[in-house]
Write a protein that binds this ligand. Structure first.
Ligand code: NOJ
Length: 536
C-alpha cells in the first residue's frame, strides 16, 4: 500500500455519502452503506475515494458548514463506522481522503457561538470581526446568487463578521496563531484514525489583507506549507489535494517546491473540455494547457469532468461564460452562481459517443482523473431541486423505486430519485450496466484498467501533436521508454489525420488492439465521429 507517490497513478472517485448507500433504511446514505459498496469501487478500478464532509453540521451547505470537527454527523454513523470503513477500504487497496474545511466553520460551531457572545471571550479572535463592512472591498463574492456581501452584521456581537461563502459559514481568522494550531490538530485527529489525506476545501481564502483580492496571499501559502510539514513529519505518504479554483499560474504556487500540496485540481481545463466537444475544436484546451506551468516531479494535477458543485465558469472569460451558458444551460434553472448545475450525461446530450470521448480525455490528459459518483453510469440531474442538490440525488444501483440506494419509503428519502424518462433507475442503473459488456460502465472500467497498465498516463510528459486537423485533439505522453499518442475526434463528423512527425513503426490502439501501419513514412488515419485512440 505504501509506495510514496501513489497518487500520481491513482484513479479517484468522489463520493457524496448521503447519496451513495443507505444501510439502515432511514433514507439517507451512511458510512456503513459506503463500506458495503467498496467492492463495487474496487471492481471499477478506483484507487482512492474522496469522501465529502461527514462532520457534525447543520447542513446549510451540505456539511461544508462544520459544527464539530471531531465527530461524525449522526446521520452518517459513528467514529467506529468510520474506522471500519477505512479498514475495509485498505483491505481492498483503496485509499480514502476526506474534506478538510480550513477556511470557515458553521455559525453553530461552539467557537463561533462563544465568539459572537462576548467581546473578551478567548474565541472572539477566532473569527474576523469589524465595525464596518467597508474593509476588503477588493474580495469578490463567490455565491453571487445569494450573498450580497462578504460581511454580515451580527446583532449579538454588535459587529460585522467576514465570510467568503454563505453567511452561515463565518471565516476563521488565520492571523490568530491559536486558529492555526487548532486546525493542525483537526488534521492530526483524522490522520490518526487512518485517513489517507485531505481534499482541502477553499484554500485561497485563509487570510485577508487590505488592498488585495484576499486570495492566494503569501501568508496563506506559508500556513499551508506548515500543514504539509506537519503531515510530512507525522504521517508521510498521506496527501493534500488543493481546491483552488484559480488560473493555472495562480494554482502553481500551491505546489510550492513540492512542499505544499501533492495535488491540485485543474479547474480551467474542465469547461474547455466541454467547449472542445461542442465546438468540435481543440483550440481552447490547447491554449489552457500551454498556459499551464510545469509542476514539481512529486506533484500531480487532478482533473475532472464534473463534481458536486455547479460546473464552475469562474476560470473562463466573460464571453466564454456566456457561450457556455447559451450552449450548455439554455434554461435559467440550469444556471447557478457563475456556473451550470447539470450532470455530465445531460450536458453531453446523453450521447454515449460524446460521454466516452470526454472520459477518454479525462484518462489521457496530464493528471490523475477523478470521477463523480453516478457519472460512470450516466446518471441524470434534477434542475428543479434547489442550490446544487440536483446533482446530488441517490445513486442508481438498480431499477425500482429506491434504486437500490435505500429501502426507506420513497417519501422519506433525503432527495427524490431521478424519475425522468431518460434517466430513471429503470433506464440508468449499475446492475444492468455491469451485466452488459458494451455499457458505458464497462467501457469506463476497461479504460481505467488499461490506463493502469501504463505508467505513461500518470507520469508522462505531455506534448500537443499537430495532425493537420483542428477538429482533432492529438497529444503525446512519454515516460521512460514508452510513448502513447492519444487522438480524439472532437467533432460529430468523420475526420482524417496525417502525421507530421515520422512514425517509427506501426502503432497499436491500446483500447482495441487494432494496428495502424504507416505507409511511406506517413501515418494516415480516418476517424469516425467522436472516435478516440490510445496509440502505443
Ligand atoms: C467548495 C465546495 O466544493 C463547495 O461545495 C462549498 O460550498 C464551498 N467550498 C464552501 O465550503
Amino acid at each position: 500500500m505504501n509506495q510514496a507517490l501513489w497518487y500520481k497513478d491513482a484513479v479517484f472517485y468522489q463520493v457524496y455519502p448521503r447519496a451513495f448507500q443507505d444501510s439502515n433504511g432511514d433514507g439517507h446514505g451512511d458510512l456503513r452503506g459506503l463500506t458495503r459498496r467498496l467492492d463495487y469501487l474496487r471492481d471499477l478500478g478506483v484507487d482512492c475515494v474522496w469522501l465529502m464532509p461527514i462532520y457534525v453540521s447543520p447542513l446549510k451547505d451540505d456539511g461544508y458548514d462544520i459544527a464539530d470537527f471531531y465527530n461524525i454527523a449522526e446521520t452518517f454513523g459513528t467514529l467506529e463506522d468510520f474506522k471500519a470503513l477505512i479498514e475495509a477500504a485498505h483491505q481492498r487497496d483503496i485509499r480514502i481522503i476526506m474534506d478538510l474545511v480550513l477556511n470557515h466553520t458553521s455559525d453553530q460551531h461552539p467557537w463561533f457561538r462563544a465568539s459572537r457572545a462576548e467581546r473578551d471571550s478567548p474565541y472572539r479572535d477566532y473569527y474576523v470581526w469589524s465595525d464596518t463592512d467597508q474593509k476588503y472591498k477588493d474580495a469578490r463574492i463567490i455565491f453571487v446568487d445569494t450573498e450580497p456581501s462578504n460581511w454580515t452584521w451580527d446583532e449579538t456581537a454588535g459587529q460585522y463578521y467576514w465570510h467568503r461563502f454563505y453567511a452561515s459559514q463565518p471565516d476563521l481568522n488565520y492571523d490568530n496563531p491559536r486558529v492555526q494550531e487548532e486546525m493542525l490538530q483537526v488534521a492530526g485527529f483524522w490522520l490518526e484514525l487512518g485517513i489517507d489525506g485531505f481534499r482541502a476545501d477553499a484554500v485561497p481564502y485563509l487570510f485577508e489583507r487590505e488592498g488585495t483580492s484576499c486570495e492566494n496571499l503569501p501568508e496563506t501559502h506559508a500556513y499551508l506549507r506548515k500543514l504539509r510539514a506537519f503531515i510530512e513529519d507525522h504521517y508521510p505518504g498521506r496527501i493534500l489535494l488543493c481546491e483552488a479554483n484559480q488560473w493555472p499560474e495562480d494554482v502553481r504556487p500551491y505546489f510550492g517546491d513540492g512542499d505544499e500540496f501533492h495535488m491540485g485540481f485543474h479547474f480551467p481545463i474542465m469547461p474547455r473540455i466541454y467547449m472542445a466537444i461542442k465546438k468540435g475544436r481543440a483550440q481552447d484546451m490547447v491554449e489552457i494547457l500551454r498556459r499551464t506551468p510545469p509542476i514539481p516531479e512529486n506533484c500531480q494535477w487532478c482533473i475532472f469532468l464534473r463534481n458536486h458543485d455547479e460546473l464552475t465558469l469562474e476560470m473562463v472569460t466573460e464571453q466564454e461564460r456566456q457561450w457556455m451558458w447559451e450552449n450548455y444551460a439554455p434554461e435559467p434553472r440550469m444556471r447557478l452562481n457563475l456556473g451550470i448545475r447539470r450532470r455530465l450525461a445531460p450536458l453531453l446530450d446523453n450521447d454515449e459517443r460524446k460521454i466516452r470521448l470526454a472520459y477518454s480525455l479525462l484518462f489521457t490528459l496530464p493528471g490523475s482523473p477523478i470521477l463523480y459518483y453516478g457519472d460512470e453510469i450516466g446518471m441524470g440531474d434534477n434542475i428543479w431541486l434547489d442550490d446544487r442538490n440536483g446533482v446530488r440525488t441517490p445513486m442508481q444501483w438498480e431499477a425500482g423505486a429506491g434504486a437500490g440506494f435505500s429501502e426507506a419509503p420513497i417519501h422519506s428519502l433525503y432527495a427524490p430519485v431521478i424519475d425522468s424518462d431518460l434517466y430513471s433507475p429503470a433506464r440508468v442503473n449499475v446492475k444492468s450496466q455491469r451485466a452488459d459488456p458494451h455499457s458505458m460502465w464497462n467501457v469506463i472500467r476497461r479504460m481505467i484498467a488499461i490506463r493502469k497498465q501504463h505508467r505513461v498516463f500518470g507520469w508522462g510528459k505531455f506534448e500537443w501533436i499537430d495532425v493537420r486537423n483542428d477538429a482533432v485533439a492529438a497529444f503525446q505522453r512519454t515516460h521512460e521508454n514508452e510513448t502513447v499518442l492519444a487522438i480524439h475526434n472532437l467533432s460529430g463528423a468523420g475526420q482524417k489525420i496525417s502525421s507530421v512527425k515520422k512514425p517509427v513503426s506501426s502503432l497499436t490502439d491500446l483500447l482495441t488492439q487494432k494496428q495502424f501501419v504507416p505507409t511511406n513514412g506517413n501515418l494516415e488515419i480516418e476517424l469516425m465521429p467522436y472516435q478516440y485512440l490510445w496509440l502505443k
